[in-house]
Structures are given as C-alpha cells and as structure tokens.
Design a protein around this ligand. Structure first.
Ligand code: SF4
Length: 94
C-alpha cells in the first residue's frame, strides 16, 4: 500500500456564506437571536436594523426555510408571512 502524498485540497470558496463576515451580530452571543419571547425578538431586531448584510441574512433564512430565531430582522412568524406572500404572488404571476 502506498502513502498518499498529494497536497490537501483547500475547501471551495464559499461565496454563499460570505455575507456572514459582515454580520453585525458576529461577535454577539447567538442565543440573543433565538429569543423565547417577544421582548427578546425586539432586542434582536434592534441589532439587525443597522446591519449591513440584513437583506442577505433574510434571504438566506428564507431560502433554507430556517424556522427558528431572528434573521434579517424578521421573526419566525414574519418569515412565514413573507414566504406565504411570495408563494401567493408566484401563483398569480405565472
Ligand atoms: S441581520 Fe441580524 S441576524 Fe442577520 S447578520 Fe445582521 S445582525 Fe445578524
């Protein structure tokens, strides 16, 4: 048996997650974005308000149907509403 001496292949450039590097919450406790009540949701939303990657964050959560926490300033319920609205629009426009 021969030893594999080929160089390690670096992971592919992960453009899909690049936006996370600009996240305002990057240095914060993640639990702040998975609140258990409405007050916690408001606290998280305030952080998201001025986040430079807010749109990317929201679209990521919508794309992957992430159903917990505050993403892009939107709560779980708000994201469900956005998806519902989009589904309705795609049915009427096609
Ligand atoms: S929008 Fe909010 S949850 Fe998303 S990266 Fe920015 S601060 Fe974090």
């Amino acid at each position: 048996m021969t030893e594999d001496l080929s160089p390690a292949i670096p992971p592919a450039y992960d453009a899909e997650h690049e936006w996370m590097l600009g996240a305002r919450c990057r240095e914060m406790d993640p639990s702040e974005f998975f609140p258990s009540d409405g007050v916690g949701v408001e606290v998280a939303r305030r952080v998201c308000e001025d986040c430079p990657v807010r749109t990317d964050c929201l679209e990521y959560a919508l794309t992957y149907r992430i159903d917990h926490g505050v993403w892009g300033g939107a709560s779980e319920r708000e994201r469900r509403r956005i998806l519902h609205r989009r589904r309705g629009l795609s049915r009427t426009s096609g």
